[in-house]
Write a protein that binds this ligand. Structure first.
Ligand SMILES: *Cc1c(COP(=O)(O)O)cnc(C)c1O
Length: 426
């Protein structure tokens, strides 16, 4: 390959020609004339997801109350059926996954279930780079058990302000720790943690460990069962494209089956006993036990169609293309943007999630200029631009165009015409 050639538009187009997943772009509604690189915040609507919402609406229209037990997808078993379809994405047995709740509610449920402080083990380990909602949930769970979170929530610190060192996390696994909650992929830098290594280290020390998969589900393969992870939770509206506020997911390893959930409700029950209406709960003997109340059918329906696409494309293929996209993005950023004071953490493939983070002190207004140029990035206060080229619907040509648009914005300083402050949602 000639050196010049790999920086050409023709090269980007040739990568698109060879792309084995290129047909999937047609399955999505791509905003007209836009380059959408924000699929790690809100994934795009697919035609299949739209269709599966229509199926649930139709069942409601035709069957009314009987939709719970009749029709193609009886609602009473819908969350379990979706869990079974999702299980391959996290490397789980079909009974270990349930679609329920939201990310944050599920974290509350799992901490309420798995945080069992003893006389000597009372602390929870998290990290200082985690998403605020996870931290708030952990703080409030400690408070509910009457522990002061200022000394009971231990934050693993970052040496460089953007990544974590597994050795530092393991060092924080001391005798007084009862539970560890970490992200699989850090929401800013996109660093992928070594889940297997951290799980093994936690278990050697008799500590329970759970992971937030919000930024890895649908982008990266997992082997949660084999790695022995105690629990995990995630949202389905980012890489899984199930729509704003779509119902989320929980994984609980089967060795924990049979325990009562920390937060119970009638949908925690075994299916057979639920309608006996007893005041004594008989919890389901699988991940279903972590449900609380009536499932949100209209917000879980899109997942049905969306998961078909993942099953067809294959998560390993998706991961391969995602890495090619981010490799290519990093290559072009290095080549074209070196004059403009961006800082980028270049993470090797095995430690990289599905997005790239560019830091720049003018990031807020650079994002606005990109948006004005029909590229949708993601701004994270105070100085970060996240770019997520998504394997199922983005192209190499879009990566090329984005970097060149960004170069032009920097060259011509057009970003200076925008105020350097964030919008309400950014
Ligand atoms: C997106 C995201 C959330 C969102 O939580 P919700 O309860 O769905 O609002 C939480 N944690 C992480 C790490 C996320 O990336």
């Amino acid at each position: 390959m000639e050196k010049e050639h790999i920086f050409s538009l023709e090269y980007a187009r040739s990568l698109d020609d060879q792309d084995q997943l290129k047909a999937y772009r047609q399955e999505f509604y791509i905003p007209t004339n836009k380059i959408y690189f924000d699929g790690n915040s809100l994934g795009l609507l697919s035609k299949r997801a739209e269709k599966s919402v229509a199926i649930v609406m139709e069942a409601w229209k035709q069957l009314a109350i009987d939709g719970w037990t009749e029709g193609e997808h009886p609602w009473y078993y819908f969350s379990e059926a979706l869990g079974e379809k999702m299980a391959p994405l996290v490397g789980a047995e079909s009974t270990e996954v349930i679609v329920t709740g939201s990310t944050t509610v599920n974290l509350h449920q799992l901490v309420a279930s798995f945080y069992k402080p003893s006389k000597t083990r009372t602390k929870i380990v998290a990290d200082e780079l985690n998403f605020p909602s996870d931290i708030y949930a952990l703080q409030s769970q400690l408070q509910l058990k009457r522990y002061d979170h200022t000394d009971h929530l231990i934050y693993v610190t970052s040496k460089d302000g953007s990544t974590l060192d597994e050795a530092d996390i393991i060092e924080a696994m001391t005798d007084d720790v009862a539970l560890i909650v970490l992200p699989s992929v850090l929401y800013r830098s996109g660093q992928l943690l070594d889940i297997q290594r951290l799980t093994a280290a936690a278990h050697e020390r008799d500590i329970k460990i759970g992971f937030d998969l919000c930024h890895s589900i649908g982008a990266i393969p997992h082997e949660l069962h084999e790695w022995g992870v105690d629990f995990a939770f995630w949202c389905n509206y980012k890489h899984l494209n199930a729509g704003p506020g779509s119902v989320a997911g929980i994984f609980v390893h089967e060795r924990h089956f049979g325990q009562a959930p920390g937060l119970a409700g009638w949908f925690s029950s075994t299916k057979e006993k639920q309608f006996d209406m007893e005041h004594h709960l008989t919890p389901a003997v699988d991940a279903g036990a972590y449900q609380i109340g009536t499932p949100h059918l209209l917000s879980s329906a899109p997942l049905l169609g969306s998961l078909e696409l993942f099953q067809e494309a294959g998560i390993d293929q998706i991961r391969n293309k995602s890495l090619q996209l981010t490799d290519y993005l990093l290559l072009l950023v290095k080549q074209e943007l070196q004059a403009y004071s961006f800082t980028v953490d270049v993470l090797p493939a095995e430690r990289r999630g599905a997005h790239i983070l560019l830091n720049h002190k003018e990031a807020a207004r650079i994002c606005k200029a990109l948006k004005a140029g029909n590229v949708i990035p993601d701004f994270r206060s105070p100085n970060s631009i996240r770019l997520a080229p998504v394997a199922l619907y983005n192209t190499f040509t879009e990566v090329y165009e984005t970097v060149h648009k960004l170069k032009k914005i920097m060259e011509e300083k057009t970003y200076k015409t925008f105020p350097n402050e964030r919008g309400v949602v950014a």
